[in-house]
Ligand binder design. Structure first.
Ligand SMILES: CC(=O)N[C@@H](CCC[C@H](N)C(=O)O)C(=O)O
Length: 371
């Protein structure tokens, strides 16, 4: 398979969580172009699961890739830029999918002793595909249920050939955060007759930023980011509605509960201060990605000895990943894979170095053989 072409084709058609219809069709066509003798293919919502029967199986080893894009307008200027206005593969899931397809081809050509499953999972960026996919595996597709599971995420800051991970906690646990403020709007010239939701939202945003600095132990870590804020309709009407959209990241459930408690207290205070109604919706939340210590050590040792690959012992990051639902139930491993891009994840100019596709499928296939 031409993995660069596959990556570019997929890059052109980014679709957000549970809308990955074209992506699913494209993946299924590729999977059906492979020799089918050792394969079983199953569709799950907008995702795909493929089993490759092993030669002498005693367990099932899985590889998981995410398949969704983000609502960002691409600014790379590349000839294979997104054809879906306002959407882009800005988190590397196009590279992840091409890598998974390359691995699948290798598994078909040279099967493992064990059974292998490749999961093309929707909705990693939100609202989360891993949890319902895991439920489906457990209840309706037990013969695909893995005993071990691995996944990678591109790392713009590392050169191609670098893999980075650590035993234990790798990614934070997360909660989305949506806050709506409603009050009495009106004429811009009569502020004393209104409750201005733009001003209330601005104050709320600033107060939310005190939670991490004032309420979380400095030796712990947390992030509260508001990535989107909107209010009002036009320049000379005082806004009757404002909305904040953000995310909370912590390293444990206790800190997550504490941040949420403070968010709620501040919102109640803003209601009082600005005579308005404030509602909070936590959207979806992900468990932390907790690498199996033994599997992570085996991986790092394997990578250190692998020609053309550099192994790095990384620190944990405040990124979120619904892969955490897998690691909570099955021994699992996630690692970063370098793609040397000047622009980072979730940036409109993210431009991964595609030469990673010449390395990773073989590297993962060889690692799977050792498990
Ligand atoms: C790897 C990565 O970038 N993942 C996303 C996951 C987002 C989960 C959810 N939508 C949230 O914002 O909490 C990330 O932003 O870390």
């Amino acid at each position: 398979m031409d993995l660069v072409k596959i990556r570019r084709d997929l890059h052109e058609i980014p679709e957000i969580g549970f809308q990955e219809k074209k992506t699913q069709r494209y993946l299924l066509d590729l999977i059906h172009s492979l020799p089918q003798e050792r394969l079983e293919v199953a569709e799950w919502r907008t995702g795909v699961a493929v089993k490759v029967f092993g030669l002498n199986p005693t367990k099932t080893i899985a590889w998981r890739t995410d398949i969704d894009g983000l609502p960002i307008t691409e600014e790379t200027g590349l000839p294979f830029s997104s054809t879906h206005p306002g959407f882009m593969h800005a988190c590397g899931h196009d590279v992840h999918m091409a890598t998974a397809m390359g691995l699948l081809e290798k598994l078909v050509q040279k099967p493992l002793d064990d059974d292998a499953v490749v999961l093309f999972q929707p909705a990693e960026e939100g609202p989360g595909g891993a949890l319902p996919l895991l439920e489906w595996l457990k209840t309706s597709k037990q013969d695909f249920m893995p005993d071990l599971i691995c996944a990678m995420h591109i790392a713009p800051e590392h050169p191609v050939g670098t893999v980075a991970t650590k035993p234990g906690l790798l990614f934070a646990n997360t909660s989305e955060l949506f806050i709506d403020l409603h009050g009495k709007g009106g004429h811009a010239a009569y502020p004393h007759l209104t409750e201005d939701m733009a001003v209330a939202a601005a104050s709320l945003l600033m107060q939310l930023q005190t939670i991490v600095s004032r309420n979380i132990n400095p030796m712990d870590s947390a992030v509260l980011t508001v990535g989107k804020m909107s209010a009002g309709t036009v320049q000379n009407i005082i806004a009757e509605h404002a909305r904040l959209e953000g995310t909370i990241r912590t390293l444990n459930n206790e800190s997550m509960a504490k941040v949420k408690k403070r968010v709620e207290a501040i919102c109640r205070a803003v209601e009082e201060a600005y005579n308005c109604r404030v509602s909070i919706d936590y959207g979806s939340g992900y468990l932390e990605v907790d690498n199996d210590p033994e599997l992570a050590e085996e991986f790092l040792q394997f990578a250190e000895a692998f020609d053309g690959v550099t192994a790095v012992r990384s620190v944990a990051a405040m990124t979120g990943e619904d892969f955490g639902y897998f690691t909570a139930e099955i021994p699992g491993l996630m690692f970063w894979a370098g793609v040397d891009s000047e622009f980072g994840l979730h940036h409109a100019k993210l431009h991964p170095d595609e030469s990673i596709l010449g390395i990773m499928p073989n590297f993962i296939h060889q690692f799977f053989k050792t498990l």
